[in-house]
Design a protein around this ligand. Structure first.
Ligand code: NAP
Length: 247
């Protein structure tokens, strides 16, 4: 059990890394606010957490909408009185080469992976400043650090998450606000991420690669939990986590 129960908001909690993090952090005695667009999935996961005696609520949220993300923050504060940790995890990775001209996919990645993170900061930072404590965990990717053909826009959004996080860290350190910033950069993790790749050939190739290489999302949840559980005068600023066998 943790020393102290925290109020933790998780975007993209309806599957994958977000759902695994909700499970582990709830098990550790924290109060969890699960967010995502798929209400039924969120309802199922929340009910399962409650049936185990854990504390959780969910709020149907689209992170591409500033209003929706503001409502999520309000729901957390209404239910639990504060936000200790905000995990900007919602994201998608519809890889394709530029010549395929999948402009809609580019825009979705920019809207969810980048704008969604900014809206999360917008919604949660003021209350963290006021209470003089808090933590953002922004999920980037190993793709924030390198790029491959077909992954240009995804890498750009994830490198953007890295840069936004580092600027936020510096600003909060200068303000002495006691707000911690952690970037989590996973490699191949077995989630629904590849299911949402729209280019068929790319999706098949990724599926093959993930089947051979990927580790389960609870591994990332463990790393996130450790970053949260460190004493508050200590911030892990980046965790790069991938399968041992990933090249
Ligand atoms: N799996 C990997 O190999 C890997 C590697 C590096 C980084 N990551 C990053 O890890 C994060 C989590 O992804 P995952 O691997 O766990 O994939 P996932 O299982 O597909 O989960 C993605 C989550 O994002 C949510 N989401 C998508 N669009 C949204 C929107 N507009 N508003 C709110 N929520 C939205 C989805 O929920 P709804 O559909 O219910 O909205 C879902 O819960 C992403 O940022 C991803 O880029 C993953």
């Amino acid at each position: 059990m943790t020393k102290q129960s925290k109020v933790i908001v998780i975007t993209g909690a309806s599957s994958g890394i977000g759902a695994a993090s909700a499970e582990l952090l709830a098990k550790e005695g924290n109060r969890i606010v699960l967010a995502g667009r798929r209400s039924e999935r969120l309802q199922e996961i929340t009910s399962s957490l409650l049936s185990k005696g854990y504390d959780a609520i969910f709020a149907t949220t689209d992170v591409t909408s500033k209003k929706s993300v503001e409502s999520l923050a309000n729901a957390a504060i209404e239910e639990y009185g504060k936000i200790d940790v905000w995990i900007n995890n919602a994201g998608l990775m519809p890889h394709s080469e530029f010549i395929k001209d999948r402009v809609e996919d580019w825009n979705r990645m920019i809207d969810v992976n980048l704008r969604g993170v900014l809206y999360g900061i917008h919604a949660a930072l003021p209350s963290m400043r006021n209470q003089k404590s808090g933590q953002f965990i922004n999920v980037a990717s190993v793709a924030a650090h390198s790029v491959h053909a077909g992954g240009g826009v995804y890498s750009a959004t994830k490198a953007g998450v890295w840069m936004i996080s580092e600027a936020l860290r510096q600003e909060e350190a200068a303000a002495q606000s006691n707000v911690r910033v952690t970037v989590v950069s996973p490699g191949a993790i077995a989630t629904e991420l590849v299911d949402n790749v729209t280019d068929r050939t790319t999706q098949q190739n990724l599926e093959k690669y993930y089947q051979q290489t990927a580790i389960t999302p609870d591994r990332v949840a463990m790393a996130i939990t450790e970053a949260i559980n460190l004493p508050e005068d200590t911030a892990v600023n980046e965790i790069v986590i991938r399968p041992t066998s990933q090249g």
